[in-house]
Every structure is written in C-alpha cells, then in structure tokens.
Design a protein. Structure first.
Length: 220
C-alpha cells in the first residue's frame, strides 16, 4: 500500500471519534477501511476495505458487551454439514439405487440418520433467520441513545438496512461481487450515515431547535 496521509471529511472524523470512544480497535477498523479504499494503487482495495467494514459490524456487539450467536452462524456451514450427511447416506444406504438415482424399500439406519439431520437443518434455518434479525435489533437498540422504542415496522426497516449493508460488504470482501468506485463509495456512505444516526442523532438537535423556536415565539 502506498504511504499517503488520508484527509478525512468532517462526518468521517465524527464517526471515527465515536467509534474510538467505544474502543480504539473499532476506530482502527474504520480508519483502515477508509485508508485502503482510497489507495488507488491497490487493485484489491475495495475487497480489503469491505473486509474491514464487515469486521467492524460483526465485532461491534463484542465491544457493546452483547452476547450474540445467530450472526456467527452461516448458512454455508450448515449446508456443508448436510452435504456430508447426504454423501454418507448415498454411499451406505441400501435404500438408494445409484444406477437409477432413486430411493426404494424401507427406511434403514443410514437414511434415517440423514432424514434426522435434514429435520435438524430445517429447524435451525427456521430459528436462525428470525433470531439473526432479533440480534441485529439488539445491536441497534444498544446504539440508540434514546429510551424511546420504535414502532415495529420502522424497527424492521432499520434492521433490514443494517443486514443489507452487511451483506454487501461480505459479498465484496469474498470477491463475490465486482463494484465500481461510485457504487462502493455509496455503500460506505450508507454505512457511515447509519452509524452516525445512532452516535449523533439529528432528532435531538431538531427537537432542541423546535423548543428554542417555541420559547422565542412565546416570549415575543
């Protein structure tokens, strides 16, 4: 990476300061992402920057002292486990006819084990996705400085926004998605705006401004 001094924009300095207040490591991840994404001499800069932002989003619960499980579990890992069980079943079960690629006869031990594994997988899938949404909601609630609960539809929109941003950076980090600078910058800005809305909520500033106007008008 070329050695250059990164000039942060005002909103980036504000977010960096807020993250460092939580923990220096969070600030380092964010600054590192900005530094590498602006390194035009690095052909893999977007994937590396995406990795840092993804790590920041995934590590944030740890620094908020939240115990989360669902966001650690991936569909790929579970499918790999199921694939292994399927292969063992096909190789060993007398119910499976590899020449006709079909199942015949009574359920034997190998097929029974696979069907049990399949049932566990679907139970996990049904539990995992709502739980993951719930745990993202916990993260956002922990970041929210107010004590005001959001209406359910609004809360779901914010959770979906967080999840879509996270998924984008995961895809780019794993080289599953090629992006142009303009598109990548727009997603970084979306992430920054999301975080800043929690660390520096404009709602309170707006309410204070309205209160000040009311006081001034009533005094006239």
């Amino acid at each position: 990476m070329s050695d250059f001094k990164l000039q942060l924009l005002p909103h980036q300095r504000a977010l960096l300061k807020a993250l460092e207040t939580k923990d220096k490591a969070l600030g380092s991840m964010y600054y590192g992402a900005l530094k590498v994404m602006n390194d035009n001499g690095n052909p893999d800069r977007f994937a590396l920057a995406a990795h840092s932002i993804r790590e920041l989003m995934e590590k944030l619960p740890y620094y908020l002292e939240l115990r989360l499980k669902a966001t650690k579990e991936t569909l790929k890992e579970k499918v790999r486990q199921l694939e292994s069980a399927w292969s063992i079943c096909c190789e060993n079960s007398t119910c499976y006819d590899p020449t006709e690629l079909c199942w015949k006869g009574r359920i034997n031990g190998h097929l029974k084990k696979f069907l049990q594994a399949l049932g566990k997988f679907f139970s996990w899938f049904e539990e995992h996705h709502p739980r993951r949404k719930e745990e993202i909601s916990r993260i956002l609630k922990e970041l929210d400085p107010s004590d005001w609960p959001l209406p359910k539809p609004i809360e779901e929109l914010k959770v979906e926004e967080w999840d879509r941003i996270r998924t984008f950076f995961i895809d780019v980090a794993h080289h599953r998605k090629n992006v142009e600078p303009k598109e990548f910058n727009s997603w970084v800005h979306a992430f920054e705006r999301l975080m800043l809305n929690y660390f520096y909520p404009k709602t309170f500033d707006d309410f204070q401004a309205i209160d000040a106007i009311i006081v001034r008008v009533e005094g006239e």
